[in-house]
Every structure is written in C-alpha cells, then in structure tokens.
Design a protein around this ligand. Structure first.
Ligand SMILES: *[C@@H]1O[C@H](CO)[C@@H](O)[C@H](O)[C@H]1NC(C)=O
Ligand SMILES: *[C@@H]1O[C@H](CO)[C@@H](O)[C@H](O)[C@H]1NC(C)=O
Ligand SMILES: *[C@@H]1O[C@H](CO)[C@@H](O)[C@H](O)[C@H]1NC(C)=O
Ligand SMILES: *[C@@H]1O[C@H](CO)[C@@H](O)[C@H](O)[C@H]1NC(C)=O
Ligand SMILES: *[C@@H]1O[C@H](CO)[C@@H](O)[C@H](O)[C@H]1NC(C)=O
Ligand SMILES: *[C@@H]1O[C@H](CO)[C@@H](O)[C@H](O)[C@H]1NC(C)=O
Ligand SMILES: *[C@@H]1O[C@H](CO)[C@@H](O)[C@H](O)[C@H]1NC(C)=O
Length: 411
C-alpha cells in the first residue's frame, strides 16, 4: 500500500471541498495545484543512475518524460514525495482511525487510536493577547526561536516524545512507534510530520469558536534539527500555508551533493555519511545511499519544492560551516526554480546571515520575516523576492556547476 499517495490524494479531495471557504475568508494566495490524475507509476525496481549535479525536478523519474504543465507537476510532486519516503525518510502513514482533541486552559490534548492502540500528547496553545479570532497559528517543532508577530497564535509540541532524537540508539522510540511498531520505517522527522498532521486533524474536528484558530493560515517552524523537521513537515503536510525552517543545515535546507563537495573542498561540514551515524532523522534505508548520494533520484531542492506553491521562507546562519552555508544557499536558490516554474517565485525566500549564535534570530532578518508573515498570514502586498546572503559571490555557488536543466513555465 502506498501511504504517500493516499495522503496526497485525500488532501486534494479536502481542498476541493474547502476551496470556496478559502476564497471567501482567507487572505492566503491560492495554494492549490490541479489534482494529480493519470500519473505514471513509479516502479518498485526503479533504476538509480549516478548524477553528480542536482537532479532535474522537471522530468519524471519513472519515464524521464518532461514536465510541461501544472497538472504534470502535480504528478511529479506525488512522485517526488514517494521517492523521499522510499529512499530517505521512510513511510508516512495515513490518517489513523481516530484523532480527537480537547482543550484545557492552554493545553490541547491530542488522543489517537489506531489498530487498538492509543497514544496521547499535549500541545501548548498560546493565543494572541489582542486581535480578533480566528487567529493564524504557527506550529513549533519542539519550540519556537523566531519572533512571532502580534495577532498570531502558537502551537508547540514536544517532538522528542513523538520520536526520540538523542542519538543513533533512538530509533523506534516514542509515541509514534508505540502506535505503528518499533520497526516502522518512518524516520523521526517523518513521525513528527505525521504528528503535526494529527494536530491539524483535531483542530479541524473542533468548532472554530472553540479553537480560535484559522486553519487556512497555519505555519510551521523549528530550528536546527527541528528546523529540518519543520521543512519535512511543510513538504509532506499540504494544510500548512507557511513553512519557516531556521538554520536547518545539512539534511534540511542543504543539498547532500553540495555538502559532500564542500567537505571534499576542505570545509568541515555535515554530510549524509556523518548524519546517518549521528542520529535517526533519516530512515535506515537512507544509510545505504549516504556514501553515494549521487545516485539519489532527488536532492533537497526537491524537498523544498514539495512545499510549492505554498509559502516557504528559509532562514540560514552563514557563520557556521557545519550547517553548510554554501550548500544551503545553492540548494535553496535551486529550489526557487520550482516556484518559478509554477509562476510564484516570491512564495519562496532565503535569507542567510552570519555572526550570530546558532538559533539566535538577528534583527537584520526581521524585515524579511515580517514580509512573509504579512503577505501569507495578513494578505498584504509585501516584497518577498528574497534570495540573499551576507556572504560575497553567493558564497561561491555557481549555478552551472550544479544545474544542467532549464526551468519550464508550467502552463
Ligand atoms: C522492473 O519490473 C518490471 C515489472 O516486473 C519489469 O518489466 C522490468 O523489466 C524491471 N526493470 C528492471 C530494470 O529490472
Ligand atoms: C482490535 O480488537 C478487536 C477486539 O479484541 C479485535 O477483534 C480486532 O481484530 C483488533 N484489531 C486490530 C487491528 O488489531
Ligand atoms: C497533558 O496535560 C495534562 C494537564 O493539562 C496532563 O494531565 C497530562 O498528563 C498530559 N499528557 C501527556 C501525555 O503529557
Ligand atoms: C495589543 O495590546 C497591547 C497592550 O495594550 C499593545 O501594546 C499592542 O500594540 C497590541 N497589539 C496589537 C497587535 O494590537
Ligand atoms: C523488528 O525487526 C527485528 C529485526 O528484523 C525483528 O527481530 C523483530 O521481531 C521485529 N519486531 C517487530 C515488532 O516486528
Ligand atoms: C525586493 O527585495 C529584494 C531583497 O531585499 C530586493 O533585491 C528587490 O529589489 C526588492 N524588489 C522590489 C520590487 O522592491
Ligand atoms: C574551495 O577551497 C578553496 C581552498 O580552501 C577556497 O579558496 C575556495 O573558496 C573553496 N571554494 C568554494 C566554492 O567554497
């Protein structure tokens, strides 16, 4: 059974029903794609071929056929989603049999039942002190380390309780694995994305007068390892309108191939080979490819591309080599080409600033962050065409070293 495809299709059914509401009440730009139909099937025995450049997002892995239309992209998006689950992140399960929520003070309790097992976890809800409900809300993966504007609620959950991430011995530990078994292929990041889906489910199932949350204006954020998690959640969970990973580095905003190249060129930076030994953010299957990332039929420009055409603002710290600043900038600049192809380049931005502690947020990035919140939560016409770093020469990233494909205008 292919869970990835099921989740994706059920979203479009949901979106079709919800569309008139979006149009009437939300300032959100249209973040729909055409429903995926007549998609080429991805063979189980897909032949992986080595490609030292960043793989072409605009060509099916199954058939090598080019992508010409937004409808093609819907199919390709579904294929990329499946590729990430298959080779890197493990299987994202579909909705469980039941997910119910209760709110007590500032605690939202999420109760889940699946195959006669149950789990329960808490989310700390903080509503704005003033302003008018329903409020847009930012989901915090393990916490929030960016400034949240007035008028925006926060929903913070303990992702370590869902799937532990102490070190390489953490695999299969946490509420998610209580439900699906310690041998579930899902990595910790996939487990967190699944849990975020359940938080949204229970909010959907409660009256808006009770939750005071506007589900058409949901964001997600997290920093460092939890920033990688925020990007994965934004990629997999299409009900999130604004994804803001902060200093997510290698395994998040970085591309595996560029990080390997940086290390080979003498910068001590995190690579796939290191990351699969350090922790359980990726599936056990991914370890088979970590020393030969050129055979992966994707890189993280395509993970970020799964967010499109929904909004994505990537915050980076150019002062920490371990994060892979050149990889991060190059990877996300390349990801923006997917947004360009969909006609919404300004739905995705990147800002890299150095000289700050890891996960500190510098005042110099505040205007860019405000521009994203104001456009995608409050419907203002701000300038979100931001792909920039404080480093010289784009930190040494040269498009032609990494990209051997053109950007189509998808009709
Ligand atoms: C993959 O499997 C299909 C269906 O079983 C088969 O027709 C095809 O030859 C296989 N391809 C490779 C490269 O093994
Ligand atoms: C759940 O429990 C019921 C009653 O004990 C049993 O009949 C059923 O097979 C169980 N379902 C699963 C999925 O284990
Ligand atoms: C959730 O919070 C409530 C208090 O509001 C507490 O009684 C309960 O034990 C918490 N549940 C979990 C799973 O932490
Ligand atoms: C909310 O109220 C506080 C205190 O009255 C005020 O300082 C602040 O500007 C208000 N914020 C908004 C968004 O209205
Ligand atoms: C998990 O996999 C291990 C190794 O293959 C096996 O020994 C164990 O029985 C499996 N556990 C479950 C719950 O399936
Ligand atoms: C938008 O902001 C970017 C980054 O600051 C800047 O380069 C660009 O010129 C701005 N565009 C407009 C139309 O103001
Ligand atoms: C590669 O390493 C050399 C020598 O340290 C350095 O001068 C150069 O800037 C590096 N190239 C890039 C693109 O980082």
């Amino acid at each position: 059974m292919n869970f990835g495809i099921m989740t994706f299709k059920s979203y479009f059914v949901g979106l079709a029903l919800a569309l008139p509401l979006f149009a009437a009440s939300a300032p959100n730009p249209d973040f729909s794609l055409p429903a995926p139909r007549f998609c080429p099937e991805l063979p189980q025995n897909l032949t992986l071929t080595s490609d030292a450049k960043l793989p072409n997002p605009f060509k099916f892995a199954a058939s090598s056929a080019p992508i010409h239309t937004k409808a093609d992209w819907s199919c390709r998006r579904e294929e990329i989603n499946e590729l990430f689950q298959r080779y890197e992140l493990g299987t994202l399960p579909p909705k469980p049999e039941a997910a119910t929520g209760t709110i007590n003070g500032n605690t939202l309790t999420v109760d889940i039942i699946h195959a006669n097992k149950s789990i329960s976890f808490n989310v700390t809800m903080t509503l704005p002190k003033n302003g008018t409900a329903p409020f847009p809300a930012v989901i915090g993966v393990g916490g929030i380390s960016i400034p949240i504007p007035p008028g925006v609620a926060t929903l913070v959950f303990n992702n370590n309780q869902i799937a532990l991430q102490n070190d390489a011995t953490s695999r299969g530990i946490g509420d998610f694995y209580t439900l699906f078994g310690a041998n579930a292929t899902a990595s910790s990041m996939t487990a967190w994305a699944w849990a975020i889906g359940r938080i949204i489910d229970v909010l959907e199932n409660m009256p808006e007068e009770t939750t005071k949350i506007d589900l058409s204006r949901l964001g997600v954020t997290g920093c460092s390892r939890n920033g990688k998690g925020a990007l994965v959640a934004g990629a997999f969970e299409s009900r999130i309108a604004l994804t803001i990973p902060q200093e997510s580095g290698s395994g998040g905003e970085g591309c595996w191939r560029i990080s390997d190249w940086m290390l080979a060129n003498g910068t001590v930076t995190q690579t796939a080979s290191e990351i699969v030994q350090e922790n359980v953010w990726f599936s056990e299957t991914f370890a088979l490819y970590a020393n030969d990332v050129d055979v992966l039929p994707f890189d993280h420009h395509m993970l970020a591309g799964l967010v499109a055409p929904r909004a994505l603002f990537v915050i980076d710290n150019t002062g920490i080599d371990w994060l892979g600043p050149e990889s991060n900038f190059g990877c996300m600049k390349t990801a923006n080409k997917i947004f360009q192809a969909l006609g919404v380049p300004d739905h995705m931005g990147f800002s890299g600033v150095g000289n700050l502690d890891h996960c500190a947020f510098p005042a110099s990035q505040q205007p860019d962050l405000d521009a994203f919140f104001n456009k995608f939560f409050f419907g203002q016409k701000t300038n979100t065409s931001i792909i920039e770093t404080d480093g010289p020469n784009d930190l040494g990233f040269v498009d032609s070293d990494w990209i051997d494909w053109e950007v189509p205008q998808l009709a």
